[in-house]
Design a protein around this ligand. Structure first.
Ligand code: FES
Ligand code: FES
Length: 205
């Protein structure tokens, strides 16, 4: 198990307790109030963490998180897993899609604390241990199913779930099932072709 309690030797707690920030905050705290809360109280709330254990791409990781932080920010900022993208940060584009216990999940709408005890898979964990691409990844390459690539990790994670859920029997069904994943480059025809190619291989695998 990897302890991420002080990732990089620097976290919200060390920042808030540093001399620089304390010098800046304390004089203001004596006079500034908002909604009945002093800035000191706000800082104290912000540094309150919740210890959790996350299973990410097969490995268990212990860390302390702000209870308000999303799974997306935790993956990207604490683990450096930047495959899942922050497109809209409000559940509308699908760029942040990961698997939680095998189900496609919008990481931007999921609090990290709610993933405690569940298995999280990101695009970084989809290929085999020897580096062999997942059939869906290979099919996206074969079909040029991307242009800028920004939406691609989310597209692939959703596509894997669509096949596993049995919603990839024809092109219309695929388009409907993938409608939550937007692509600004409009690579949709190639994405559908990739899923049609990968689906039978996944069933065999
Ligand atoms: S970033 Fe999560 S749905 Fe857009
Ligand atoms: S490939 Fe550019 S947004 Fe989809």
């Amino acid at each position: 198990m990897i302890d991420h309690g002080t990732a990089g030797g620097f976290n919200r707690r060390t920042f808030l307790s540093s001399g620089t920030i304390a010098a800046a905050v304390v004089p203001l705290a004596a006079q500034a109030k908002s909604g009945g809360r002093t800035m000191e109280q706000t800082a104290a709330t912000a540094e309150t963490g919740v210890p959790i254990t996350l299973r990410i791409n097969g490995g268990d990781h212990r860390l302390t998180v702000d209870p308000r932080i999303t799974l997306l920010d935790t993956l990207r900022e604490r683990f450096g897993l930047t495959g899942a993208k922050k497109g809209c940060d409000q559940g509308q584009c699908g760029a942040c899609t990961v698997h939680v216990d095998g189900r496609a999940t919008l990481a931007c709408l999921t609090l990290a604390v709610t993933a405690q005890g569940k298995s999280v898979t990101t695009i970084e964990g989809l290929a085999a241990a020897d580096g062999t691409l997942h059939p869906m990844q290979a099919a996206f390459v074969d079909n040029d199913a991307f242009q800028c690539g920004y939406c691609t990790p989310g597209q692939i994670m959703s596509a894997v779930s669509v096949v596993h859920d049995g919603h990839a029997t024809n092109a219309d069904q695929i388009r409907e099932a993938m409608s939550g994943n937007l692509c600004r480059c409009a690579a949709y025809p190639n994405i559908v072709a990739a899923i049609e190619q990968a689906a039978p291989k996944m069933k065999r695998g």
